[in-house]
Design a protein around this ligand. Structure first.
Ligand SMILES: [Zn+2]
Length: 215
């Protein structure tokens, strides 16, 4: 539609006149500009010495089956339980909010499609899927792109149960999945001050930031 307008109006010839000038002015910049960076493998393999990635995820918490659609609450590959707390994530996979955020951070650093695009939750093959598979798949892409992980920092936002008692186990789990020492992985737990969906235990949230360097 935009192309058809100038042909209808002769006056657009005059209006169009400044455009070539603008284009020629920008042409030197075009020459020095890098090639398209949305091609995953080329961008990653020919990219900078350091790359940073951010991931975020949230899952609704519902009563655990058979009382509701929730799954057992698993965070960082560790099952969390607390007497009197019977809510878990609603998800196609196992709903591991932290591993999903970590996967997106890894993929994001590489400039690749996110976890939802690579592993659609509409795909029945991922029913109840152990989310460690997603992290492993992302780590494989990091390696293939010629990078290695420097460190990962994460925050899990959850009102109940407290993740403090299992933080170290989650950290060890993640370090193993990423193929790095535990000193390269950090897990922080926060509540949501009992406000909003997360604070009312109707949702769980996780953030992850990763830095990687050329291998
Ligand atoms: Zn998720």
């Amino acid at each position: 539609m935009a192309k058809s307008k100038p042909t209808r109006r002769p006056t657009t010839t005059k209006r169009a006149a400044p455009k070539p000038a603008a284009r020629s002015a920008s042409s030197p910049a075009k020459k020095s500009a890098p090639k398209a960076t949305n091609s995953c493998w080329r961008a990653a393999s020919g990219g900078p010495s350091l790359r940073i990635g951010h991931g975020w995820d949230l899952h609704r918490l519902e009563p655990i089956a058979p009382a509701g659609p929730g799954r057992p609450l698993v965070i960082g590959g560790i099952k969390l339980e607390e007497p009197g707390f019977d809510r878990g994530p609603v998800a196609r996979s196992d709903g591991d909010v932290l591993l999903h955020a970590v996967t997106d951070a890894l993929l994001g650093a590489l400039g690749m499609p996110d976890i939802g695009q690579l592993f659609p939750d509409t795909d029945e093959r991922h029913e109840g899927q152990d989310s460690r598979l997603f992290v492993t798949a992302a780590v494989e892409r990091v390696t293939r792109a010629g990078y290695r992980i420097v460190n990962l920092d994460t925050t899990v936002v959850l009102q109940r149960p407290k993740i403090g008692p299992v933080k170290e186990r989650i950290r060890m789990n993640l370090a193993k999945m990423l193929g790095v020492g535990a000193d390269r992985v950090n897990i922080k737990g926060k509540t949501h001050e009992r406000v909003d969906a997360v604070g009312e235990s109707r949702a769980v949230e996780a953030h992850a930031v990763v830095i990687m360097e050329r291998a």
